[in-house]
Design a protein. Structure first.
Length: 102
């Protein structure tokens, strides 16, 4: 779905961006849902969310939904991004964020 911006242009919704990237991930894995769906979600999230952008958003927001809005992605992408972090990455990210996420 495209939405009109205040300047009169059109932009994709976060859900559209997420769906398209998830579909690209399945193309990469040569699968369709539900096969390797978790891996496709992580692949898509890693491409939609830059670590620095996530860190900046998470420093200002505590809730997953608010972080997703700040990043213009679906909340499921933020959850997939967090799930895909290994333990060391998560500990570093959590220390840099400075608070718990809800």
């Amino acid at each position: 779905m495209l939405i009109e911006t205040p300047l009169g242009g059109l932009t994709e919704t976060a859900c559209d961006r997420s769906s398209k990237m998830h579909a690209r991930a399945h193309t990469y894995y040569r699968t369709d849902c539900p096969i390797r769906c978790g891996e496709a979600a992580a692949w898509a999230a890693r491409r939609l969310i830059a670590p620095r952008a996530f860190l900046n958003a998470a420093r200002h927001e505590r809730q997953i939904d608010a972080i997703a809005r700040a990043l213009n992605v679906a909340p499921a992408d933020v959850r997939a991004y967090l799930t895909a972090l290994d333990v060391d990455e998560w500990l570093i990210m959590q220390r840099l964020i400075g608070h718990e996420l809800i």
